[in-house]
Design a protein. Structure first.
Length: 262
């Protein structure tokens, strides 16, 4: 007897509970979410961007474009969420130490900890929050990130559509030197400058009416570590704690046309 026949004969004998156990937990709903990326207050960024996430069960396609970032340097980017967080982008009042800037740790009570690392290849979990060599580099101060097949938990997929997940881009230039430097140490790792880890842009993702994928498909982003004298120092340091601690010009011209209903 063929295997499919045996399965068909056995299935009616299963209880409802047994069927549910075989089926497993229900997947997250499908939908899309969008958000504007705005400068984090006090951190001196004069740029912006926008983002869109397509949710297909527990699989995401993520796109964001941003400008006004530190040119030629990698910028860690993540999806942040916290069950006990405010689930909003930071405000000036989050500068709790009175330093005049907002650090990553100071932003965590607002946007939560890292849930997804928006790397250009490989792992996208919070474990890759330190993978500086796999984050996009802001060529000319701009990033155009696109990646599909990003797997998340059902909870995070649901929270994205509920409007409680933030997309945060890190890396600033407080002193205008054109590099990650300065005398202020990172609150995540004192061996690094604060500029390398402080949040630059933040946007809350909210449910969107758009329900079609963009024409042409999505390719993975491209990144690197150009513009940092010692990228290995970053990879071994400050971004490791991001997981635990948690367009203007050029952008509007890249709007994609939604695929027509087939």
């Amino acid at each position: 007897m063929k295997a499919r026949t045996r399965t068909a004969l056995v299935a009616p004998a299963l209880t409802l509970a047994g069927l549910l156990a075989v089926a497993g937990p229900a997947s997250a709903a499908d939908g899309t979410a969008q958000g504007d990326l705005d400068p984090v207050p006090l951190n001196g960024v004069e740029g912006g961007g926008d983002a869109m996430v397509w949710v297909d069960g527990t699989t995401l396609t993520v796109e964001f474009a941003a400008d006004g970032l530190l040119a030629g340097s990698p910028h860690a980017a993540h999806l942040h969420y916290g069950e006990d967080a405010k689930n909003q982008c930071p405000v000036e009042g989050d500068d709790t130490d009175g330093s005049g800037t907002i650090t990553t740790s100071e932003g965590v009570p607002s946007y939560g900890s890292v849930q997804v690392s928006l790397t250009t290849e490989g792992d996208t979990s919070a474990d890759s929050a330190l993978a500086v060599d796999r984050f996009d580099t802001a060529d000319g101060g701009q990033i155009d990130y696109q990646r599909d097949s990003v797997e998340v938990s059902p909870e995070i997929a649901d929270e994205i559509l509920a409007g409680d997940v933030a997309l945060v881009v890190h890396g600033v230039d407080h002193d205008g030197s054109g590099a990650y430097d300065g005398d202020t140490e990172s609150d995540l790792d004192p061996s690094l400058p604060a500029e390398a880890t402080d949040p630059a842009l933040c946007g809350m993702l909210t449910a969107s009416q758009m329900d079609e994928m963009p024409t042409g498909g999505v390719q993975t982003g491209t990144g690197g570590t150009a513009g940092i004298e010692n990228p290995g120092l970053l990879a071994g340091g400050g971004f490791a704690l991001l997981a635990g601690a948690g367009l203007t010009t050029g952008l509007l011209t890249r709007r994609r046309t939604a695929r027509q209903d087939s």
